[in-house]
Design a protein around this ligand. Sequence first.
Ligand code: GDP
Ligand code: MG
Length: 296
Amino acid sequence: MSEALRCGYVALVGRPNVGKSTLLNHLLGRKLSITSRKPQTTRYNLLGVITEQHNQVIFVDTPGIHPTNKRVMNRYMVRSATSVLSDVDIVVMVVERTRWTSEDDLVLSHVERAQAPKICVINKIDQLKGRTELLPQMEALGARQIFDEIIPISALRNDGLDLVWQEVVRRLPEGPHLFPADQVTDRSERFIVSEIIREKLMRRLGDEIPHRVSVVIENYQSSDRLVEIDANIFVERDGQKTIIIGRKGALLKSIGQEARHEIEALVGTKVMLRLWVKVKAGWTNDERSLRRLGFE
Ligand code: GDP
Ligand code: MG
């Protein structure tokens, strides 16, 4: 036990759809020491904590450049994003090989101002014919001299994630761990699963049913080879139920598939996921229901 403990906050940033969640879940899934993933603390969105031997990495989100906050991108949010970025120990920005947008520029402008070491992860390289296709973007990014490392990966195929982990860990400051290493509870896994389902729902529904959806895991049984999950999706009205289910169940089916892939990456086994949409009229107003759904 001669090696010193290391622990640090790592901001995981990037515009929507570049693959941040996939990267994080695959990192979490391989390490299997999820300690917690809480929604919205005061300054950070805690995404996940990975502890491996003497290293603990606390992944956080920044409020101001969070996809769902795009519309409230006012001065306050800009300032707070910048201040979070100046608080963390390492910044990891995820971009896509195939597409660079003005949103990437926006994120980059925040990242640029941070003092912490910066790592750029170019994701989705599995979509390339050959690695040489990466060169123009790597050169362009390199020329800007913002990043300490530029790492091509495929989060989906688990390609390059070891290198990301190594480069992050190498830059962690020395310090005691802030979370217990052994808190791999069923509850946190259930919670993450419900968040994954909720995220897929939100992504597909857009603004149609804003924040009126709640996901509750009714049954969660895991064995070595399979995790079986039943999840209830609670909505307020029949109309909302119809929308979520979609034509001949198509929308619910594809939401379920997307969620299942992500959960499989997380837990490392096959997953059987059953989703049920239920109408619970006025549940947001009903205290008892709220408590049952886990809000205190
Ligand atoms: P986020 O919005 O940045 O969190 O992005 P997600 O992790 O939700 O990913 C957005 C989409 O990109 C999903 O459909 C993923 O399956 C897909 N995706 C993520 N990583 C990869 C990758 O390495 N290769 C490919 N082909 N698709 C990916
Ligand atoms: Mg995401």
